[in-house]
Design a protein around this ligand. Structure first.
Ligand SMILES: Nc1ncnc2c1ncn2[C@@H]1O[C@H](COP(=O)(O)OP(=O)(O)O)[C@@H](O)[C@H]1O
Ligand SMILES: [Mg+2]
Length: 263
């Protein structure tokens, strides 16, 4: 029998490869990717633009099919993958009020209307927007729009929250504010979070573990556990040191790759 204390992986990816075929040309985007994610973990995925971060999230959402390898996502009791995805742009429907936007993901469920409403309001409260439920998207700031998009994802109460550079388009103060909100929401809900960013400092501040993708096709280049206790101080020396180590590794790789190109 399995020990009760054994860490439980909610995601297991083995040898994942993915290629796109377009106009008879094949582009290999991901190759031989292995990754486990533990239940309740906050995992950050970093890597330069085009390395395949968004594609990896799309595979997890079952929106893109792997060409090779296996992707196991623990299913909920209904037999579905239980994930929600938050994007860089909030993707709110402009003709719907905040509450109605938050209800969006729940409309596919069989929950009674009153219960859906209750879930949406609870999610809005969780992101601190309960009072703005009746506003239109155009009446919100960029940060508030991103909060609504987070509420929309939380309303469906997914096991796993996928976030694709969710704060990249925000100004620094708003971004830091939302980072702290996310840490609080995570502590409150215990969700497993996979957070894609190209901002190493952001990854180090937020995550329990950072996976760096690199290369073309993209593969796992390094994995770093951030065992700094929480609450963390943004400017803590220990965080800065980890951040610098990762940045140095990425720079070294970029330099090595450039050498390859020299004819
Ligand atoms: N539907 C698609 N068809 C063809 N190529 C794609 C498609 N989606 C993504 N790509 C290519 O896959 C690579 C990785 O893209 P993406 O996962 O968006 O990278 P990242 O999110 O790390 O910036 C890019 O070269 C991109 O052009
Ligand atoms: Mg992307």
């Amino acid at each position: 029998m399995e020990a009760l204390s054994a860490p439980q992986n909610i995601i297991e990816i083995r040898g994942l490869g993915l290629s796109f075929e377009q106009d008879g040309q094949r582009t290999e985007v991901l190759r031989g990717l292995d990754l486990d994610v533990a239940r309740g973990e906050f995992l950050a995925i970093v890597g330069s633009s085009g390395v395949g971060k968004s594609t990896l999230l799309r595979v997890l959402m079952d929106l893109a099919k792997p060409t090779s390898g296996s992707v196991k996502v623990t299913q909920n009791p209904k037999g579905n993958r239980d994930l929600a995805l938050v994007f860089q742009d909030s993707r709110l429907l402009p003709w719907r009020r905040v509450l109605s936007n938050t209800l969006f993901g729940l409309e596919k469920t069989s929950l009674p209307k009153a219960q859906r409403q209750e879930r949406a309001l609870k999610a809005l409260a969780l992101v601190g927007l309960r009072d703005l439920a009746d506003r239109w998207p155009y009446q919100l700031s960029g940060g508030q729009r991103q909060r609504v998009s987070l509420a929309r994802a939380l309303a469906v109460d997914p096991e796993i929250l996928l976030m694709d550079e969710p704060f990249s388009a925000l100004d620094v103060a708003t971004r830091e504010n939302l980072q702290d909100e996310l840490i609080r929401i995570r502590a409150q809900t215990g969700k497993t979070i996979i957070f894609v960013t190209h901002d190493i400092d952001e990854a180090v501040y937020l995550a329990d573990r950072i996976v760096a993708l690199g290369g073309k096709p993209g593969e796992v280049r390094s994995v770093k556990v951030i065992d700094i206790p929480r609450p963390r101080r943004r400017n803590a020396i220990a965080l800065q040191e980890i951040s610098q180590t990762i940045k140095d590794a990425i720079t070294a790789e970029a330099v090595a790759a450039r050498d390859d190109w020299v004819i």
